[in-house]
Design a protein around this ligand. Structure first.
Ligand SMILES: [Fe+2]
Length: 291
């Protein structure tokens, strides 16, 4: 049995509830993960230790602490204050790279052949106090969210629902990397899937799935294994193309309505970018950019 039980019917465009075997892994002990937060480059650690709700705007919430002093205090007080610690780029740490790659090597076997050489591999880790809230937001990665410790209520919304996040808001998100037009409204709540996570539960979220979380009466630990495939990169490129089209005062057709039209937009944007680089006398090795 693998570290995540994906199963033969896995579809990267569909939310799914899975199980994982990471909770007992030595590197997932809370103390080891706290050490990681204090060892990894400070710019990869974002945290908050004040009041917040599901509707708090995530874009301006988290702080970075180059000295690690307040981070250390926040971790020491994890059991009593409303703290949330997020570590990104976890795969840059040698001790965690092997486990992330083991999971991604396993799950990529269930992808279509063109997507198996993953374009992006990473992980993120979350430590949260009792009664802590992660506000509504979305991410650029395809996410295997593995719950490790404590009770957590998770809210996830359909990644294709334009009534939740408009095409324009997604264009800003995928072109500029900004959450500024992605705003929680109370009328969205009935559309959420509400899941009571326990250790061993894994949620697979397609790229761009809106989500939020709140914790119960214990410290919680969640480890997200992240990937991006060629297909998800092409979705990003199509939104970036629509963003450019809109800057010319036009109203582009929504992404996802026509695969042929989306492909044409992507190729046109790519050609324009190459022409621009050529005109500027730059030879640029184009690497996938998620915003
Ligand atoms: Fe997230």
């Amino acid at each position: 049995m693998g570290l995540i039980d994906v199963g033969g019917s896995f579809d990267q465009l569909r939310f799914s509830r899975l199980r994982h075997q990471l909770a007992a892994h030595p590197s997932m002990a809370t103390e080891r993960l706290a050490e990681l937060a204090l060892r990894i480059a400070p710019e990869y650690v974002r945290f908050h230790d004040g009041e917040r709700s599901v509707g708090t705007h995530m874009g301006s919430l988290l702080q970075i602490d180059p000295t690690r002093d307040s981070l250390r205090r926040a971790i020491d007080n994890l059991h009593k204050v409303k703290t949330f610690v997020q570590v990104v780029n976890v795969r840059s740490d040698a001790a965690y790279r092997a486990v992330v790659d083991e999971v991604l090597d396993e799950v990529s076997r269930f992808l279509p052949p063109r997507d198996r050489p993953l374009l992006h591999r990473d992980a993120a880790m979350f430590l949260a106090s009792p009664s802590s809230v992660t506000p509504f937001h979305l991410d650029h990665e395809q996410n295997f969210l593995c719950h490790i410790r404590g009770p957590k209520t998770f809210y996830v919304w359909d990644h294709r629902d334009r009534s939740l996040v408009s095409d324009r808001a997604r264009e800003v998100f995928y072109h500029e990397g900004k959450l500024r037009e992605i705003v929680y409204r109370p009328d969205m709540q009935p559309k959420a899937q509400v899941i009571e996570l326990m250790p061993g539960d894994c949620l697979y979220m397609p790229m761009g799935s809106p989500h939020a979380a709140s914790t119960g009466n214990d410290i919680t630990v969640t480890f997200s294994i992240l990937m991006n495939t060629q297909s998800s990169f092409e979705t990003v490129q199509a939104y970036q193309a629509n963003s450019v089209i809109r800057r010319f005062g036009l109203s582009p057709r929504p992404i996802g309505d026509s695969a042929v039209r989306d492909s044409l937009k992507r190729r046109t944007l790519d050609a324009v970018r190459r022409m621009r680089d050529f005109a500027r006398g730059r030879h640029v090795e184009r690497r996938p950019q998620w915003y």
